[in-house]
Design a protein around this ligand. Sequence first.
Ligand code: PLP
Length: 249
Amino acid sequence: MLCLSGNDPSGGAGLAADITAIQAQGCHACPVPTALTVQDTVNVQELIPVDPDCIERQAQAVLDDFQVSAFKIGICGSVQNVERIAALATANPDIPVITDPVVNASGGFALARDELIAALREQLIPLTSVLTPNHAELELLVPKATTPQEAARVLLDSGCEWVLVTQGDGNADPVTNLLMGADRSRFEFHWPRLDAQFHGSGCTLAAALAAQIALGNTVPDAAESAQAYTWGCLERAMCLGAGRTIPLR
Ligand code: PLP
């Protein structure tokens, strides 16, 4: 699997999360950094995008060598990077694209500003097989929608095949995650809310989901199994820094 994500030196989110979650599903991750970050378990301080040509060359080297079975996309870092990643997906239409539309870090730092959010919505989301927004991300992607369902439907109408709306960023207990398909299918998943703050939970879920799809599972089965895996990682999360806990993948 080809992971296009940011590097997080705390090892909680980004590529470290992708690699460990993907390995735990029995898949191999090929990590291509889209951005470097300066951050700890409390918040992000800096986002340094990787040059789009460099991303493309790294991805192409992997694509020329491996039979890549899924693209897992996390933070892109810049509008130019979104364009380049969308071009890679377009050039490889048989490879499913699992996109985690990361907008803000849990600590509050903006990992995507308005133009980048627009580029995600207009260029990458229409090519996406499964999108994994939380409620806050959905609101920023489709600000005019009045409900998460309506927002997800707008993204499905734009070409995205499935949207898994997660509720971990809210307070409701149980956490209700909603999977909606372009074919109008709909699945709800309920998980007891865990009493902690996590760093890298969304990356863990999207990476495990991408791996389950790479293994050939249907999207509803992959979504169920990735959520169960992620919930287990969160239940065992480790308090290693001064901020949020790191899922034990
Ligand atoms: N840093 C990187 C590189 C990420 O990919 C993400 C989320 O995808 C974050 C930070 C934020 O993670 P969290 O909101 O779980 O703290």
